[in-house]
Design a protein around this ligand. Structure first.
Ligand code: CA
Length: 469
């Protein structure tokens, strides 16, 4: 290199170093973060109306972002909803309709390998990709996050985990057979870890952000909180001391832990000067299991596992200061929309028909040519239960429940059944569901059987054990 060229290069480097990170970030695709809570009740964060659970950081995120008042996931329980979110396809299209058991030797029970994830798409677009938290999309090595588009992984590979007891498997052979006690992993290696699991997950997420400011990144931050087991440290329990019910108190403390995590993520983005150019979506993977944690889905009917709104409608915020003005968005949006939205933002839009979702950004930014109108569908138990939302009407068939029709605009709580009053609408929605369902396949595996009860369990306890992870 000539001395002139060398001087010129030094000058350019000096100038680049002087340009704030935020200005440089504006010239490239945004960073993308999904923050997923697990089994969070619809009404259990401040921005959704909670009064007894302080969530200041989530509330600030919602205030500065777009709160989607009709945000949905594609299934009422854990693993299928994650399969839908990460692929952008209705998971019934490819048989991922039940929770996979923890089967590290079974290459047939997990997110089918011919399915592309958001991470696959974004890695191909030049993004750094990281997954932290709960996986629950198959325990066989072929389904591992590092094989599904992620460069980095830290977390629990199964459907849940103890919050303090991370390392017992190393000394207790019985513990190694319990899914909630299997080792946490970094990459493919088991790791010994100390501390409250929600904090560990947050620490890893912040570390990922801090290591990847040189190019756009995608972070899938999937907390297992506030899913059972109900465990929280004193510092979080103190914040909800006014709650007298012990179950709800611990659950609420776990929500506070997630709130701290969201705050730490925002602080890390701010410290790096990239908060404006980072899009964050916050949502829950399904509705709250009221009888298990004493959470609240008010004013919605039903709970996790049902196809009433309480099972599938979730807190849903999109925060992207550079492009989205704060406000609310009331048309239905879905977790299926994230893959096409992120692909478009990365400059690699998905091919037509490659997703069942839509690019949300023009709608949330209010630059779309026309309003967002499409039907949303749900199916569980291989089709024994199903629902469709078309406009404001919802036709739903739940377990042990006759067909029902609701007008969600007037009746968000699904209290007034219009089935007999509006037979034409019922027939129309039933036909639309049948047309959609014609493209689905049978579930590839059944739900894992509940673990055998150790002692003579009460009927109620047995029912809780059978609850979906
Ligand atoms: Ca869940």
């Amino acid at each position: 290199m000539s001395s002139t060229a060398s001087i010129a290069r030094s000058l350019i480097l000096a100038i680049v170093a002087l340009v704030p990170a935020a200005a440089r970030a504006a010239d490239r695709p945004p960073n993308l973060i999904v923050i997923l809570a697990d089994d969070l009740g619809y009404a259990d964060v401040g921005f959704q109306g909670a009064r007894d659970i302080p969530t200041p950081r989530l509330d600030a995120l919602a205030r500065a972002g777009v709160r989607c008042t009709a945000g949905y996931v594609s299934h009422p329980f854990c693993s299928p909803t994650r399969a839908g979110l990460l692929t952008g396809r209705y998971q019934q299209r490819f048989g991922h309709e039940n929770n996979p058991a923890y089967l590290p030797n079974d290459a047939a029970v997990g997110l089918p390998l011919d399915r592309k994830t958001i991470a696959d798409t974004l890695r191909a677009a030049g993004y750094a990709t990281g997954a932290v938290g709960k996986w629950h999309l198959g325990a066989h090595p072929s389904f591992h996050p590092l094989r599904r588009g992620f460069d980095e992984w830290f977390g629990l590979i199964g459907g849940g985990h103890r919050y303090f007891d991370h390392n017992r498997f190393q000394t207790d052979p019985q513990a190694a057979r319990q899914e909630y006690l299997i080792p946490l992993q970094r990459g493919t290696e088991p790791v010994a870890a100390e501390g409250y699991l929600t904090d560990l997950i947050t620490r890893e997420a912040v570390g990922f952000i801090e290591r990847h400011t040189d190019r756009p990144f995608f972070l899938y931050l999937a907390y297992n909180a506030p899913h059972t087991p109900l465990e929280a440290p004193p510092r979080l329990l103190e914040r909800v001391a006014s709650i007298s019910d012990p179950k709800r108190k611990t659950y609420a403390a776990m929500v506070c832990g997630v709130d701290d995590g969201v705050g730490a993520v925002l602080d890390a983005l701010r410290a790096k000067g990239i908060e404006r150019d980072t899009l964050i979506v916050f949502l829950s993977d399904n509705g709250g299991p009221i009888s298990v944690t004493n959470c609240s889905n008010a004013p919605l009917a039903g709970a996790k596992g049902t196809l009433f709104e309480g099972g599938i409608r979730v807190p849903f915020v999109v925060h992207y200061p550079a492009k989205l003005a704060p406000g609310t968005f009331d048309r239905p949006v879905s977790s299926l929309d994230l893959h096409p939205t992120f692909a478009a933002l990365a400059g690699k839009p998905l091919a037509p028909g490659a997703s069942d979702g839509v690019d949300l950004l023009p709608h949330l930014a209010k630059t779309a040519d026309k309003p967002l109108e499409r039907d949303l569908f749900w199916r569980a138990d291989g089709g024994k239960r199903f629902a469709i939302r078309s406009g404001d009407l919802k036709y739903v068939v739940n377990r042990d429940s006759p067909e029902k029709l609701f007008d969600l605009a007037a009746d968000i709580g699904e209290t007034r059944d219009l089935f007999t009053e509006r037979p034409d609408d019922v027939a129309r929605l039933r036909a639309r569901y049948a047309a959609w369902n014609a493209d689905n396949i049978a579930p590839l595996w059944s739900n894992p059987a509940p673990a055998p009860a150790k002692k003579a369990a009460t009927k109620k306890a047995a029912a809780k054990k059978a609850a979906q992870p």
